[in-house]
Ligand binder design. Structure first.
Ligand SMILES: *[C@@H]1O[C@H](CO)[C@@H](O)[C@H](O)[C@H]1NC(C)=O
Ligand SMILES: *[C@@H]1O[C@H](CO)[C@@H](O)[C@H](O)[C@H]1NC(C)=O
Length: 311
């Protein structure tokens, strides 16, 4: 019923010349136009190019599940376009020349391999960006930096090996799961002051650097499961952080190394099992024995009382 809304308005005025309808609100063949002239859905039509006759006033357009390879500059004239889905197509790179009015952009299940720093520069109104299940190996530093309104970013299921540098501070939701990120570097984490939900499960993390989560005051959920956790001294920051009130966030961290602790749950282990050299004074570990977790759980009482190791 592409034109029904338009025609019913005109019928009230006792005129419904089809030609006027078409001029006011054409709908591309095969597409479905809801709220005529505003929301145009052209999904699963086998399209190899964008449909013609999409009204320039369209604010929401989906051309998901087609065979589009390139839409560069073709959407620029849609100066009121706020929501765009190009998901499940064959785009090999981030589309150029998208309208700056965009607020939601869905690009999941394409073939994008990298994001250059200029690609999103003009998309300052973007609040949600979905790049899930592409083949992204690299994001140039600061490629997402100017996106001052971006709150939701998914890069799940790509081929990243490090955190993207200079993510915008506006982010509240960041999904980096199912990549092979091997380190959480502090410089990349530090801007994320508004982050509430962080998914970094199914990556290649072996440890978390000291104070990695300390600069994320709003964080209320972090998924760390299915990584390559090495349950040795370096992991004690994460261990302590989880035990000091964040237990509900991640209890399922399984050690892969050292061999004798493989398959054990990190949080089932004692500090001494994780870091035996904690018992050897003057070996320079950074373990802080006054931290809450050590006090409450894992340090035998006589160690706590004196603050020193006696054996
Ligand atoms: C960006 O959003 C603001 C506030 O919602 C709006 O006034 C402005 O026109 C938008 N920019 C573009 C390019 O659409
Ligand atoms: C963790 O500890 C509990 C209770 O002590 C035990 O039942 C469980 O088998 C342990 N799990 C692993 C994977 O070590």
């Amino acid at each position: 019923m592409p034109w029904s809304g338009c025609c019913s308005v005109l019928l009230v005025l006792s005129v419904c010349p089809l030609v006027v309808c078409l001029l006011v609100s054409p709908c591309p063949p095969g597409c479905c136009c809801l709220r005529p002239g505003r929301l145009v859905l052209c999904e699963s039509l086998g399209l190899r190019s964008l449909p013609g006759a999409v009204p320039l006033s369209t604010s929401g357009l989906s051309v998901a599940r087609n065979q589009l390879c390139n839409v560069d500059h073709l959407l620029r004239p849609f100066s009121g376009l706020q929501e765009l889905s190009l998901s499940h197509n064959q785009l090999a790179r981030f589309p150029r020349g998208l309208p700056p009015s965009l607020e939601t952009l869905q690009l999941q299940e394409n073939r994008i391999t990298y994001i250059t720093s200029g690609a999103l520069q003009h998309l300052g109104n973007l609040t949600r960006l979905d790049l899930e299940d592409n083949r992204i190996r690299a994001i140039q530093p600061a490629a997402l930096w100017g996106l001052n309104r971006l709150q939701v970013l998914s890069l799940k299921g790509n081929q990243l090996t490090s955190l993207p540098a200079k993510l915008p501070p506006s982010l509240t939701y960041l999904d980096l799961s199912a990549n092979c990120i091997s380190a959480l570097d502090l410089l990349s984490m530090s801007p994320l002051v508004n982050l509430q939900i962080f998914k970094i499960n199914s990556n290649c993390l072996r440890s978390v650097p000291e104070s990695a989560f300390d600069g994320l005051p709003r964080l209320r959920s972090v998924d760390l499961g299915d990584n390559l956790w090495v349950c040795e001294c370096d992991i004690l920051y994460l261990y302590r952080w989880l035990l000091s009130g964040r237990l509900k966030m991640a209890t399922d961290l399984v050690c892969t190394e050292p061999i004798h602790l493989a398959h054990r749950l990190l949080l089932n282990l004692s500090v001494v099992a994780i870091c035996p050299r904690i018992l050897m004074p003057n070996r320079g570990t950074k373990v802080d024995l006054s931290s809450p977790s050590l006090k409450s759980l894992n340090v035998p009482r006589h160690y706590r009382r004196t603050g020193q190791f006696c054996e």
